[in-house]
Write a protein that binds this ligand. Structure first.
Ligand SMILES: Nc1nc2c(ncn2[C@@H]2O[C@H](COP(=O)(O)OP(=O)(O)OP(=O)(O)O)[C@@H](O)[C@H]2O)c(=O)[nH]1
Ligand SMILES: [Mg+2]
Length: 368
């Protein structure tokens, strides 16, 4: 049997990984390839898993810890995907606050699982909103220096850096970002892309489809700084049911929840890395997002539906205490529901600060 082509796509929280993975999955499927996707998070109830499954993809989930710290679960999950239909390609999305993924995921797959996996070049998406501030070294880059350290380390280990969201950037802004990247990562190729419009996507595929010696970059990582950077972010995953006597507009509800959260978090000056909410009802699904405190909330996948009941999942990654996040999410959800005569019943909320990363494998020796 041919090894499965494993394509991991990195990048900070909200960089556009899931959007790009959905586009990659459609691309490879259109070429007749069978595609599986593995999502990953520190907890269960993922907007991304729900959204990718709603889009019809075969998705396995590694919850509870990042791929690097839960490596065996990654290979196990690919094994589960194989049970329904053996994929030719598996697309993997690591947690957006993770780094050192070449040493802890790519090289272990290359060196310990070389008969099962053929590992693709590792592309990392750059999120311009926080990225330009962090690369310029602005004092208030949005996050602490330790979180900025993670952001930069993610770029340092990439085989390819992809400036995403160019549909929102002027040519001058894209040029300035690329110049910053070329001066700070002079040996790394840089591409410009919009996962939303598809501009630059073919060049990404062309890069990823290469065979050769990738995952070669040697990188020091200070795990003390890394752990502090990860712990700066409050993490919350909630699942809930919304019911109403009369139909309400699902997209408006999702946007209202995200907008209310943005407003309350602004009052305490808590920077958002990514807020996302999915609503699922009667075969419909909609997703709303916010990728920084200084962006506008958006409906990334509209359901265009009027519904009376919906299952919601809310994920929040914000530089604030998890308890605050829990309170604010509950308040935003209840207020948004009340405004349309609906009620919300929370099933489960997990909120915490991610713990220190302890990788299963860490291979510093590049693959021969
Ligand atoms: N305008 C624009 N929006 C984009 C682009 N790519 C992604 N987005 C939007 O950015 C938001 C975040 O995208 P995701 O794909 O969920 O980001 P992610 O990297 O998977 O985020 P996490 O899973 O939280 O780390 C969504 O609202 C997307 O619709 C792009 O190229 N242009
Ligand atoms: Mg994602």
């Amino acid at each position: 049997m041919n090894p499965i082509r494993f394509i991991m796509l990195g990048g900070f929280l909200g960089a556009g990984k899931t959007t790009t993975i959905a586009r990659l999955a459609r691309h490879y499927q259109s070429q007749g390839q069978k595609v599986g996707i593995v999502t990953n998070d520190q907890a269960t109830d993922l907007v991304d898993t729900n959204s990718l499954r709603a889009q019809g993809f075969n998705v396995g989930e590694v919850p509870g810890a990042c791929f690097c710290c839960n490596f065996n679960k990654l290979t196990e999950t690919v094994g589960q995907l194989e049970k329904s239909a053996r994929p030719d390609i598996v697309l993997g999305e690591p947690v957006g606050s993770c780094t050192d993924l070449v040493a802890t995921v790519i090289r272990p797959l290359q060196q310990l699982f070389s008969t099962q996996f053929d590992v693709a070049p590792y592309a990392v998406l750059l999120k311009p909103s926080h990225g330009s501030r962090i690369l310029r070294g602005e004092a208030k880059g949005g996050f602490s220096p330790q979180a900025a350290y993670i952001f930069k380390k993610q770029l340092e280990e990439a085989d390819l850096i992809v400036i995403n969201r160019i549909d929102e950037l002027s040519a001058a802004d894209s040029d300035a970002l690329e110049k910053l990247l070329r001066s700070q990562y002079p040996d790394t190729p840089v591409l410009r892309m919009s996962a939303k419009t598809g501009a630059g996507f073919d060049a990404l595929v062309e890069f990823i489809d290469q065979r050769g010696r990738f995952g070669q970059r040697l990188m020091d990582v200070d795990y003390d700084i890394y752990a502090i950077g990860e712990a700066e972010l409050g993490w919350l995953n909630s699942s809930l049911t919304v019911t109403a006597l009369t139909p309400f507009n699902l997209d408006d509800l999702l946007l209202d929840i995200i907008s209310r959260l943005q407003k309350s978090l602004a009052e305490i000056d808590a920077e958002t890395a990514h807020l996302k909410a999915i609503g699922i009802a009667d075969g419909l699904y909609g997703v709303a997002n916010l990728i920084s405190s200084f962006s506008a909330p958006e409906l990334s996948l509209p359901s265009k539906g009027q519904v009376r009941d919906a299952e919601l999942v809310v994920n929040a990654r914000v530089a604030t205490a998890p308890e605050t996040l829990t309170d604010y999410v509950e308040q935003a959800v209840h207020a948004a529901c009340q405004a349309r005569g609906a009620t919300a019943k929370f099933q489960q909320t997990q909120s915490f600060r991610p713990g220190r990363p302890v990788p299963t494998h860490r291979i510093l020796q590049p693959t021969a």
